[in-house]
Ligand binder design. Structure first.
Ligand code: ZN
Length: 126
């Protein structure tokens, strides 16, 4: 599960920006080439963020497609699948480019200081 390593790196970045504040939401752009599975990512993030200022944050994951360049019909298409074929002619003689970003797009901080006597209500009851 490579999501764990990915989340550890992200958490470092997020905590640097947070500088001690609690995080309520995080927005990420992840290239399709990373082949991140939403569910696995959520689980990995929960494990890594547990006990940190990020643990209650809502994570919004935006997947950035790869660009598929077809050598047969020479047209471009986009895909969320790194094993993509050409969207126009279905050919599999393609070049895949892009989709390798991993960007921390925005971080939202809690605006009011958390009170010690406030009950700890989970944001995402399951
Ligand atoms: Zn094609």
């Amino acid at each position: 599960m490579h999501e764990i390593g990915m989340c550890e790196g992200l958490l470092d970045l997020i905590e640097q920006r947070a500088a001690g504040r609690r995080i309520t939401a995080v927005r990420l752009r992840v290239g399709a080439r990373h082949a991140v599975v939403d569910e696995a990512f959520d689980q990995a993030f929960a494990v890594v963020a547990d006990g940190t200022a990020v643990q209650d944050a809502v994570v919004d994951l935006e997947v950035v497609p790869v660009t598929v360049t077809c050598r047969t019909c020479e047209r471009l298409s986009e895909s969320l699948d790194v094993l993509a074929v050409c969207a126009h002619c279905g050919g599999d003689d393609v070049d895949i480019s892009g989709g390798d970003e991993l960007v921390l797009e925005s971080v939202q901080f809690e605006t009011t200081p958390r009170r010690e006597d406030e009950p700890d209500v989970p944001r995402n009851p399951r």
